[in-house]
Structure formats: C-alpha cells, structure tokens
Design a protein around this ligand. Structure first.
Ligand code: ADP
Length: 161
C-alpha cells in the first residue's frame, strides 16, 4: 500500500520545481501518480485536460509516473488509488503555514493518509507556476525553469487569450 505515492496539486502548469519533487519521490516509492485537481479556487490558465497533457509530456522520461485528473477531496482520491501517502512540496518559509494547515485538515478528514513533504534543489525554492506565467507573459526567458513544451504552451495560450 505504501508503494504508491500521490502528488496532488493544481499544476497550472507543471514546472521544473514540481519535476524536481517528482524525481525525488520516484526514488522512494514504486509508483507516483501526479493528481491534477479539476476543482480549485485558483483561476487556471489551462484546462484540467491541458494540465494533464503538459504533465505527461514533462514526465515522459520518468518510467514510474502516471498523470490523472481528479474530482473531489484529495484524501478520497488517495484512498481510491490504494495509497496512503500524499506528497507535497515545501519551498521557502511562505509555504509552511499553508501546507501545515492543509496537512492537518487532510489528517482530520482521514487519519490513514500521511502527508510527506519534500523540498527541491535551491534554485527552485522560489519558483511557482504563477511566477512562470507572469514572466512569460511579460516576454521573459525562463526556459531554465520549465520544460520547453510548457514554455511554448504558456506562450501560445497567452497569445490566444
Ligand atoms: P496547489 O494549488 O495544490 O498548491 P501547485 O501546483 O501550486 O498546487 O503545487 C503543488 C505542490 O507542489 C504544492 O505542495 C507546492 O508547494 C509544490 N510546489 C510548487 N512549486 C514547487 C517548487 N518550485 N518546488 C517544490 N515544490 C513546489
């Protein structure tokens, strides 16, 4: 049961910071499912299907990764998949309060699901999906921080909206 880890999030879009976490998780667990939340209180640039597609392209070289969109509570999805481990990434201090609150809320919803926190290499500590979108929108080059397919998808999306 502990062999599958679920990494839930918005992933709008996936960045190299997320991928850094996924590569670490893959070394610890037999399988990782990137679980893309369909319902989120964030205003997303990409549809759930587009976010899944970009995450699939970005992780195609990592063999034990699957990508799926999910509805409803993340803890329920974790249980449906036969897992008991939810992965979250911790960046700078600013993540801590929110992530702690979320982990405790999830624990009160389901005692059997544990949240495991991993932290990326330091160059990704301040990287977020919203920063990526903002920089690309303003014409900046941040190819070091997102897969090329993601960079192009954000650029195209910005042109069409
Ligand atoms: P959410 O809306 O669920 O916070 P995100 O896609 O923004 O979704 O993030 C999913 C998870 O990945 C969160 O735990 C977040 O802290 C983590 N994360 C986001 N960016 C990075 C990064 N650059 N390095 C490490 N973890 C990250």
């Amino acid at each position: 049961m502990k062999n599958i880890a679920i990494y839930p999030g918005t992933f709008d879009p996936i960045t190299n910071g997320h991928i850094d976490i996924i590569e670490r998780v893959c070394k610890i667990f037999g399988k990782v499912i990137i679980a893309i939340a369909k319902e989120t209180n964030k205003e997303c640039l990409f549809s759930p299907e587009e976010r899944v597609h970009l995450a699939e392209i970005a992780t195609k070289n990592i063999c034990n990764v699957e990508v799926e969109a999910f509805d409803g509570l993340a803890v329920d999805y974790v249980k449906r998949k036969g897992s008991s481990v939810m992965i979250r990434g911790l960046r700078a201090v600013s993540d801590f309060e929110y992530e702690l609150q979320l982990a405790l809320a999830n624990r009160s919803l389901c005692e059997d699901v544990e949240t495991v926190f991993l932290t990326p290499q330091s160059k990704y500590l301040y990287l977020s999906s919203s920063m990526v979108k903002q920089i690309i929108k303003l014409g900046g080059n941040i190819k070091e921080y997102v897969p090329e397919a993601v960079f192009n998808a954000v650029k195209d999306k910005m042109k069409s909206t």
